[in-house]
Design a protein around this ligand. Structure first.
Ligand code: AHG
Ligand code: MN
Ligand code: MN
Length: 338
């Protein structure tokens, strides 16, 4: 039985057998992520002291300016997963293509691929606001012992075996699921250990917070505009409160604890929205569903979307179930009436 204040290490061992493909491999993988999280946390925490703030001087494949910490976090997660020889492939928001691990080594019997957003919310680094890391884990679909292919990465989100995020906030937390609920662990920085602080996390069914970048309002689809007006209307438990940090991890984390909805819709400039299906939306959707929440693009369950490319973007509506359903209703009403 998991207990509050149990260490993450103890929790992983104790819960290993509840995972349907138990072999210890996934436990080792989560352990490596725990280690990389501590290393990145250490660097994030001294961001104001060392020369780690600011732009790296390059752009990623999606044309976004990379920050020094984006590059640092990317290297650390890839290094940790590669050195310990526990995965067969990695895809990252900051890499043009996926990385094949030990393709020459027939002894690489690893079955898992990992997809990461190494640093989420990186525009917040310079101003000392919470950022995060998001990860997603799949079993490979190609034969074990052969080099991974794109098919191993372009799997529907409903095939994920684990997903989680680290939030580098007022305290650092690691929150993850292996498909049997969601648990949150808080880092005690004095001794470098994560403790179970938030067992069995659940979204309240309904909430009062909506999180959307309203600066883009005029570019939103009519359904989202209508939903935002609904949030602001004086009726029942409305108007809702607007809260938008600008790091998905932080906005999601708050909404899961307090009840709320996060929206990054399509805009006339970005018809598929901004968030990446594989590195951001799928892992957050898996966690949301495991916590009784919901995630959709307005019409389709995020986890049922068939990815067609690594850096694909999708509109994203995620949070408390009743709120997401209401937003979907508005989206679908407009489609019917036009
Ligand atoms: P990233 O830093 O990994 O590129 O992600 C930023 C994402 C997400 O975390 C956040 O919610 C959203 O971009 C903010 O976008 P806007 O500044 O357009 O609101
Ligand atoms: Mn991100
Ligand atoms: Mn990022």
């Amino acid at each position: 039985m998991s207990q509050k204040n149990q260490t993450l290490g103890e929790f992983i061992i104790e819960n290993q057998t509840s995972f349907k493909y138990t072999s210890g491999e996934l436990s080792r993988l989560i352990n490596s992520i725990r280690l990389a999280a501590k290393v990145v946390n250490h660097e994030v925490n001294k961001a104001g002291l060392v020369d780690i703030i600011g732009a790296y001087g390059d752009t990623n494949i999606q044309g976004e300016e990379q920050q020094k910490l984006d590059v640092y976090a990317n290297e650390k997660f890839i290094q940790t997963l590669t050195n310990r020889n526990i995965v067969c492939g990695i895809a990252s928001e900051e890499e043009d293509d996926f990385i094949t691990i030990n393709s020459q080594d027939e002894n690489n019997q690893n079955k898992y691929v990992v997809l990461i957003d190494p640093l989420d919310g990186s525009s917040n680094i310079d101003v000392n606001v919470s950022v995060g890391t998001i990860f997603s884990v799949y079993r490979r679909v190609t034969p074990i012992g052969t080099p991974v292919t794109i098919d191993d990465f372009l799997q529907k989100g409903n095939q994920q075996v684990a997903a989680g995020y680290i939030i580098y906030g007022t305290s650092t937390m690691l929150v993850y699921t292996t498909g049997v609920g969601v648990n949150g662990f808080t880092l005690n920085p004095a001794i470098g250990t994560f403790y179970l602080s938030h067992p069995d996390m659940k979204f309240p069914k309904d909430g009062k917070i909506y999180s959307v970048n309203e600066g883009n309002y005029i570019h939103f689809p009519q359904g989202i505009k209508d939903y935002i007006k609904y949030c602001q209307m004086e009726e029942g438990n409305r108007p809702y409160t607007s809260r938008y940090i600008g790091s998905l991890v932080s906005d999601f984390h708050r909404n899961m604890i307090k009840g709320g909805i996060y929206i990054y819709p399509s805009t006339s400039k970005n018809p598929n929205g901004k968030l990446r299906l594989l590195y951001e939306c799928n892992p957050m959707a898996f966690i949301a569903e495991q916590a009784n929440g919901k995630a959709s693009d307005g019409f389709t369950r995020i986890l049922d979307i068939q990815p067609t490319e690594l850096h694909q973007r999708v509109p994203f509506i995620c949070g408390s179930k009743s709120m997401v359903e209401k937003a979907e209703e508005f989206m679908q009403q407009v489609t019917v009436s036009t």
